[in-house]
Design a protein around this ligand. Structure first.
Ligand code: ZN
Length: 835
């Protein structure tokens, strides 16, 4: 409870040097800033005024916090006494029991410390860390500990906090070292925290002389040298051998895979395992740094081995290339992640943050160093750049493939250089810029008074794009423009959509390679949505992909010893084993399916797989005909293996009865309780303010001329209509845009009346949901922002969803507005034609 309350306000309380546990701040930012500073130290040519980085480790971080200190900190941050009391009770009501000689002895109430594992603890902990941060900031202000800037245009940073991992950056002279030492001591005394000097280390700039180093070590009491270690679990610095630094990841995957393969895992189990666990291991690293290609390959090969090898660890043939496994299931793959594409998608997430939060610390540090005079999008790669920055540029380039700009006031968007014209693909006007307009922003096309498009200007600058531009609805209240990611409705970047784009970009080159009979298979319908168990779906996939150790598959890979059927000596093809071998034929003949077709040699597995849909089981089997098929195939396969390895297969009747009973067993387990469908939440209507005016809003829209009509009416709670309004315009992009525009009109109308308490009713669920959450919708960005701004100017305001049937009055006003608009514009176009 308290945690939930605390979370949203943290961003305002905690300084930007702390990134643990604060929503919206990512650990990866701290990692990259530290990385950038260490890169600076490594490449710094300074000989006199050298800098250094000090990594400290707080020992027993949680259980040493002094309660008095905690209370004082909260007072200082402006928390109310009531709150402070609550927190104090939370931490001080802990009782520890000690186990001595098998008996629990009297509960001991501790005098300090906060509980590890309590959801509140990390937050309390960083509130206290804020004090350390404060000490550092003060020292920065008075010049005793200015910190480091990685380039002339970058901000000075003297510390970074991540929970109990703390980095300090300063000059290595005596004065700075003494200040730092003083700060640490003050903090230790006040908070009860102790810095573990043994686990702390100093990284000096490249050319620092020995005396300076020794002096600094002596003052701080830290002897270990840093730079080769880790910060927040990742390598601090990358030398020439990046591969080796990341090699740990591959080891972890291998170990995990081995520990799991000791248990029995079916194909389906392995699939889950690969997707969930193994692919998650490198995720953290990959969200900060670009992995070397060779490493991606090694990760992939570790995962490939896990997938194909036997549970005993015996190496097996990899029947299908990894590249193909990473295709979506619909395209015959298994939907495994391509490591490199996933890496790029995660990096793009961080790049997105730099692009959309140019004021965050990381963005400012990087701007000063790498794109001081241009924008992030224009920054060019440099040889001397840090590895971290190079990775961010890879992410940035992925963003560019699908980046758009949503127009607010148009001031931050260049007419000619920004992709602001489309919601589908990044589109900017075809150049070259007309005379004198090269530097123009979109704001130049907007009338400064009405805040709507200046049609004359548009016609003179971009005559061909008039309709397209008019569809974009700018913010009339001056909200800034915003970058949008075109693959999501909200316009926010997600790594999932980023991955699809990165993957698609890569696989353009490999689609051509697709050959053979697989193209006839409808993977989604006949394999993944087949009415059977997960294990058998994977089996069907293997059959369809030629991924079983059948004679023909072995033969085509040069293993010629066992190419023939063990029963009859013919070439063992998939079709032979399943349908054509006399044993298989007998099994099928005995299978209780009505009108079973006889299999011929010109049928492939793919075509048969489609036909089984129409099979009907004979009573009393009590199964769907199609659900028996995969089980019979499975037991034919098992019978075949048993025949080869045990020299004694299943008998005919064994094969059938096993298949039927397993199929029944599975089907019986599938009887599920019907799930009640949940209505998409637009939330409960809040209690209404007694004096609130109710406003009914509606819009209509036509496809043909993209015209929209808006209608709204205000009623008292007794149902008396006080005011009606309507408007119409064209072009409008969609019904949703029309609904949003109608609502904005109604809000502006209410505001101009001076009303203070309102409740708006609309029949657009999407719109109401977007307003109630803080989620954006790229398509109506400017209008939605205006609605938020307008809404905040009323005393009480509510937005409710209401079915169309209850909104008929507003609906008919909107329809009227639209029809008169359409006939009017028809009339005027006739006039212009005849005139
Ligand atoms: Zn045979």
């Amino acid at each position: 409870m308290l945690t939930l309350r605390l979370q949203p306000i943290l961003n305002g309380l905690i300084s930007e040097n702390q990134s643990a546990f604060v929503p919206g701040r990512a650990i990866s930012e701290n990692v990259l800033i530290t990385h950038e500073v260490l890169h600076f130290l490594k490449t710094s040519g300074a000989k006199k005024h050298c800098s250094m980085a000090v990594k400290t480790d707080m020992s027993k971080a949680y259980d040493r916090i002094e309660w008095d200190f905690l209370i004082a900190v909260q007072r200082k941050l402006g928390f109310q006494e009531k709150w402070i009391n609550w927190i104090h009770q939370c931490v001080s009501t802990v009782k520890y029991s000690y186990l001595i000689n098998d008996g629990a002895h009297a509960a001991v109430t501790p005098q300090r410390g906060i509980r590890q594992g309590d959801p509140l603890s990390p937050y309390i902990f960083i509130l206290c860390g804020e004090v350390l941060s404060g000490l550092c900031r003060r020292a920065q202000r008075d010049g005793t500990l200015p910190g480091i800037r990685v380039a002339r245009g970058s901000p000075l940073i003297n510390h970074l906090l991540f929970a109990n991992d703390t980095m300090f950056f300063c000059k290595s002279n005596k004065k700075n070292c003494e200040t730092l030492h003083q700060i640490l001591q003050t903090y230790e005394e006040a908070s009860g925290q102790v810095i573990n000097l043994g686990k702390s280390s100093i990284t000096f700039a490249n050319k620092t002389n020995i005396e300076t180093k020794e002096k600094a070590k002596e003052i701080l009491g830290i002897t270990a040298l840093g730079g080769q270690g880790k910060y927040l679990g990742l390598p601090e610095h990358f030398g020439r051998k990046k591969k080796d630094l990341f090699a740990l990841i591959v080891d972890r995957i291998r170990r995990k895979a081995v520990s799991w393969s000791s248990r029995f895992l079916s194909g389906a189990g392995k699939m889950t395992m690969l997707q969930a666990v193994l692919s998650a291991i490198p995720t953290y690293t990959m969200s900060c740094f670009k992995l070397p290609i060779s490493l991606c390959k090694r990760i992939q090969s570790a995962m490939t081995r896990f997938w194909w090898d036997e549970t005993s660890g015996k190496k097996k043939m990899c029947w299908v290339a990894w590249k193909k496994l990473t295709r979506s299931k619909k395209d015959g793959g298994l939907g495994f992640r391509d490591v490199e594409a996933f890496n790029d998608a995660l990096l793009a997430k961080l790049s997105w943050r730099i692009l959309t939060n140019p004021n965050c610390l990381l963005a400012r540090v990087l701007k000063g160093k790498y794109f001081r005079y241009t924008s992030f999008l224009e920054a060019r790669p440099r040889k001397s750049a840090s590895h971290g920055w190079q990775g961010l540029l890879v992410g940035r380039d992925l963003l560019r493939l699908n980046l758009g700009k949503a127009i607010g006031n148009g001031e931050a968007t260049s007419i000619w250089n920004d992709p602001w014209l489309s919601l589908e693909t990044p589109t900017k006007p075809m150049g070259p810029a007309t005379l004198g307009t090269a530097e123009w922003t979109v704001a130049k096309l907007i009338d400064p008074h009405t805040k709507t498009w200046n049609k004359e200007k548009i016609l003179s600058v971009l005559p061909n794009l008039e309709q397209q531009i008019l569809c974009v609805k700018p913010s009339v209240l001056g909200k800034e423009d915003k970058y949008i990611w075109l693959a999501t409705e909200s316009g926010e970047y997600t790594s999932k959509t980023g991955y699809h784009i990165a993957f698609a970009k890569q696989s353009i080159e490999i689609t051509v390679l697709d050959t053979n009979n697989e193209s006839s298979i409808n993977w989604t319908r006949d394999v993944w949505n087949a009415h059977t168990s997960q294990k058998l779906k994977v089996f069907l996939w293997k059959l369809s992909s030629g991924a079983l150790a059948l004679g023909e598959n072995l033969f085509s890979r040069g293993i010629k010893a066992n190419a023939v059927c063990n029963r009859c000596g013919e070439l063992e093809t998939r079709e032979h084993m399943l349908f054509l071998c006399s044993f298989a034929k007998q099994v099928w003949e005995a299978t209780p399916v009505r009108n079973l077709p006889s299999f011929t040699s010109d049928q492939t597995f793919g075509t048969i797989l489609q036909e089984v849909k129409s099979w009907i089981c004979l009573p009393p089997v009590g199964l769907m005909g199609s659900s028996l098929f995969p089980w019979i195939c499975w037991f034919l396969w098992l019978a075949r293996n048993k025949q080869i390895f045990d020299e004694r297969g299943f008998s005919l009747s064994d094969t059938i009865t096993k298949a039927i009973s397993k199929a029944r067993e599975w089907e019986a387990a599938q009887i599920t309780t019907p799930t009640t469908e949940r209505r998409l939440g637009t939330g409960e209507a809040l209690p209404l303010h007694p004096q609130a005016t109710i406003c009914f809003v509606d819009a209509t829209w036509t496809v043909e001329n993209q015209a929209a009509g808006y209608g709204w009416l205000f009623k008292t709670q007794a149902g008396v209509v006080i005011r009606e309004g309507h408007k119409s315009e064209a072009p409008v992009r969609s019904p949703l845009a029309a609904e949003a525009l109608a609502l904005r009109e109604a809000l502006m109308d209410a505001k101009s009346r001076g009303w203070t308490n309102l409740c708006f009713k609309s029949d657009s669920q999407t719109l109401i949901r977007a307003i109630r959450s803080t989620e954006n919708i790229a398509e109506i960005y400017g209008v939605l922002q205006d609605i938020h701004i307008l809404a905040s100017s009323f005393v009480t305001i509510a937005f409710d969803f209401m079915p169309r049937s209850n909104n008929l009055q507003a609906d008919s006003i909107a329809k009227f507005a639209l029809s008169s608009f359409v006939s009017l514009s028809l009339f005027s176009s006739l006039v212009t034609q005849n005139g």
